[in-house]
Ligand binder design. Structure first.
Ligand SMILES: C[S@@+](CC[C@H](N)C(=O)[O-])C[C@H]1O[C@@H](n2cnc3c(N)ncnc32)[C@H](O)[C@@H]1O
Length: 193
């Protein structure tokens, strides 16, 4: 595919959506899955040690005994979903990457887990089921426009039981203040990400 270099370097207005598929793009989704599955890289999922600490935190603060049915929104290939299921939650995951959902389904089957996964856009999700707890992990919320945030929160609300909880994982103020924007160039002989 030919890209206009000058156009590609222009900074888009905040929250401008790509006209092309991103999460479902053949090349991007393949590299994304690779990044998800690397326990030492915090590109697509966080590093494994952090994920394990997070799952311990979730089971302590929002226990499965009180919140058994959990919906993981933007679940990727089910890295969190599987660890959460091992803590006795009944887990349903939703993601808009077909490759990740296919991987998650296969992996759950291989590990004997009863996780359910749906290939759906969380901005239009309709699962006809309600949950005790919803999670949105790894800062997706911050990438959404104000309008999309409203849509997503409305959709989540529609999928929660009365008294249900939403666990929203966002970057902290401190992280934001220390964040430096940059543009980098690399020559990737074998294809990069
Ligand atoms: C940063 S990754 C985090 C994945 C997972 N929560 C984790 O931490 O391992 C964001 C995920 O959200 C999914 N996603 C992005 N936009 C989505 C949408 N509109 N509907 C459903 N999933 C979406 C992507 O496919 C990707 O798997």
């Amino acid at each position: 595919m030919f890209y206009n270099l000058k156009e590609s370097l222009e900074k888009p207005a905040l929250y401008t959506k790509s006209k092309e598929a991103f999460w479902d793009d053949e090349y991007i989704s393949k590299q994304m899955l690779k990044a998800h599955l690397d326990p030492d890289v915090s590109g697509a999922s966080r590093k494994l040690s952090f994920i394990e600490q997070s799952v311990s935190w979730i089971k302590e603060k929002i226990p499965a005994q009180t919140y058994p049915e959990l919906l993981d929104i933007g679940c990727g290939p089910g890295i969190y979903a599987e660890k959460i299921a091992l803590e006795n939650y009944q887990v349903t995951g939703v993601d808009f990457s077909k490759r990740s959902i296919d991987y998650a389904k296969k992996s759950a089957q291989q590990h004997g887990l009863a996780n359910t996964y749906y290939y759906q856009d969380y901005l239009a999700m309709d699962l006809k089921q309600s949950f005790d707890l919803a999670t949105l992990i790894y800062c997706d919320y911050g990438a959404l426009s104000t309008k999309d945030r409203q849509t997503l929160l409305h959709n989540i609300y529609q999928h929660l039981k009365q008294g249900g909880k939403l666990l929203l994982d966002v970057f902290s103020q401190k992280f934001y203040q220390q964040f430096q924007e940059e543009q980098k160039w690399e020559n990737c002989e074998n294809g990069g990400f």
